[in-house]
Design a protein around this ligand. Sequence first.
Ligand code: CA
Length: 224
Amino acid sequence: MKVLIVEDEPSLREIIRKALQNERLVVEEAADFATACEKTGLYDYECILLDIMLPDGNGLELLQRLKKEGKRDRVIIISAKDSIEDKVKGLDLGADDYLAKPFHIAELTARVKSLIRRNNNGSNAVTLGNVTLDNTTFRVEAGGTPIELNRKEFDILRYFMHRPNHMISKETLAEAVWGDNIDQADNFDFIYAQIKNLRKKLQQAGATIEIKAVYGFGYKLVEL
Ligand code: CA
């Protein structure tokens, strides 16, 4: 689950990044309008935290672009201008939520989590076959048997479980789980190793789902 922080204030960006990383989210940052445009053009985010006043542009304009391009990234506006006009304009343009600065970091993380939960049809857990993965407690089990996963294995499985029967390229998976600096990597052997362990753990727990390799392309999660 990737979140993009669009915020020009470095210290605030840092605080938000740390808080969201504690929630085990993959966090990326954009310090200005141009970078935010570039990143949102190239990648999809589960949630975008969007400052309005940026040194080289206006966050509301970015929001407008996203909607025009039909992007489905959720957006929470974080604005120093606690004006009702900004709030109304942002929500009119399709923002999902609005938080006025200064805010308590706990409130921000709660809103982000709530938005992600809404994306997942109101549930913290996702189930496929006999496997349930809980996004809040980070527990995974197959038919009641707990499966111990490391952080990356969990993130990979979470990504797949939200996209069953979809072909996922190694590049897409790498970018979603490791962040956007990884998609320039020369090879994706590190993914192969993580997936291999994950498959073994699923199999040992008697899971009725399997991550299948699609030769020359990537992977697909299927129910057995
Ligand atoms: Ca600002």
